[in-house]
Design a protein around this ligand. Structure first.
Ligand SMILES: Cc1ncc(COP(=O)(O)O)c(C=O)c1O
Length: 403
């Protein structure tokens, strides 16, 4: 499609015709490639948070573009009463790289978590319906996923919530143990809390949760929507530990930028989802499934898991330099390309100052600068990003001193 509208014309039409439920940047993007994107006025931005973690391969990765092109000429959509080669191949990739699980395909992270919640209740049987989730978690915006999310700002205005979720502090084993009762069906958490501020639990936490689940016959549900598909340097976040979940949810990076989610379950648990128990009309749509297969091929054939580890070390070193230079940096942490720079002050002014200078980053939990760069980002791009970030932080710190 030819670019016909100016940025202002785009903003004006949104103002009249699109619900303003996002705090958008005043920027209209028309094209993106790798870690760069361009707006309708031709300005280029370097993106260290591409697609809110979805564009793990960078924007418009050639393998994904080619897979979508080929698939679009062959079969865009077919309903779920038929088998497809694409569905079989994606199921096998997740099965092989994960824990031998079986997949249910849907369209987003929230939907994958809805499926996990429904499966957990069905599997546990009558009377056992409670799911323990973690404070500062994030599982999505649909009613079940939102109710699982233990953050009051996400609930505000939407109560009453779905009953049965019990919240405990993250990384606190005693709290989980105390919360387990006769009605508990599962424990659900992110291996690393993303929206919660890139919080990495203690080394023994996930293995101990696995033991608790085994002891009390509970399901361990891992929400890998943000940590999955290579983000942390392994295929899935749980693979940093000697454990397997009973259920894992995926979305974001899974489709290489195309919208797809998956709920993956151990076969004996998956067996509780009988025909008619759950469904998604567009689930396993061949166009997005082809993109997801290309995502797996890219990570595998371009050695991107190793790249994530290498680039992580480099970015953490750069972030460490920022910490030495700026008193407002309290802590730097991360695993793979999921990185946080925690500040003693709100991060929004730094996000805005960076954006002005052509660098996109994110801030979560008010004071945590979050970077989810593409696995394909280059060393030169990382250097460039940190030069801009240094300037943006100088500006923010300067304002703090003068106010
Ligand atoms: C860990 C986690 N789970 C679930 C979701 C919801 O995913 P979606 O926006 O695709 O519904 C997100 C989104 O940020 C997430 O980070």
């Amino acid at each position: 499609m030819e670019q016909e509208m100016t940025s202002q014309e785009i903003f004006d039409l949104y103002g009249r015709c699109v619900i303003p439920n996002y705090a958008r940047f005043q920027v209209a993007i028309v094209r993106a490639e790798g870690s760069r994107m361009w707006d309708a006025d031709g300005k280029c931005y370097l993106d260290l948070f591409p697609g809110w973690g979805c564009s793990l391969l960078g924007y418009c990765h050639p393998r994904v573009v080619e897979a979508i092109r080929q698939q679009a000429g062959k079969l865009i959509h077919i309903d779920n009463l038929f088998f497809t080669e694409e569905g079989a191949r994606l199921g096998e990739l997740i099965h092989r790289h994960g824990f031998g699980g079986q997949s249910f395909f849907c369209n987003s992270g929230a939907e994958a978590n809805e499926a996990a919640i429904k499966l957990a209740r069905r599997h546990a049987g009558r009377g056992r319906y409670k799911i323990i989730t973690m404070e500062r978690s994030f599982h999505g915006r649909t009613y079940g996923a939102m109710s699982a999310t233990a953050q009051s700002k996400t609930h505000a205005g939407h109560e009453p919530l779905v009953p049965g979720f019990v919240y405990v502090p993250f990384n606190d084993l005693d709290a989980v143990e105390k919360a387990i009762g006769d009605e508990t069906a599962a424990i659900m958490l992110e291996p690393i809390q993303g929206e919660g501020g890139v919080r990495i639990p203690d080394e023994g936490y996930l293995p101990a949760l696995r033991e608790l689940c085994d002891e009390h016959h509970l399901l361990l549900i891992l929400d890998e929507v943000q940590t999955g598909c290579g983000r942390t340097g392994t295929w899935f976040g749980y693979q940093h530990y000697p454990i397997e979940p009973d259920i894992m949810t995926l979305a974001k990076a899974l489709g290489g930028g195309a919208p797809i989610g998956a709920m993956v379950a151990q076969p004996e648990v998956a067996a509780s989802l009988k025909p008619g128990a759950h469904a998604s009309t567009y689930g396993a749509n061949p166009l997005v499934v082809a993109a997801a297969i290309a995502m797996f091929e890219a990570v595998e054939q371009e050695s991107l898991l190793e790249a994530a580890k290498r680039k992580s070390a480099y970015i953490l070193e750069k972030a460490g330099e920022l910490q030495r230079q700026f008193g407002i940096v309290e802590e730097v942490r991360g695993r793979g390309l999921m990185i946080a720079i925690e500040l003693s002050v709100p991060g929004k002014p730094i996000v805005n100052a960076a954006m002005q200078r052509g660098l996109r980053i994110n801030c979560t939990q008010d004071t945590v600068l979050r970077l989810l760069p593409a696995l394909t980002i280059t060393t030169a791009e990382i250097d460039e990003a940190f030069e801009v970030l240094t300037e943006a932080m100088k500006e923010a710190e300067g304002k703090l001193v003068t106010t």
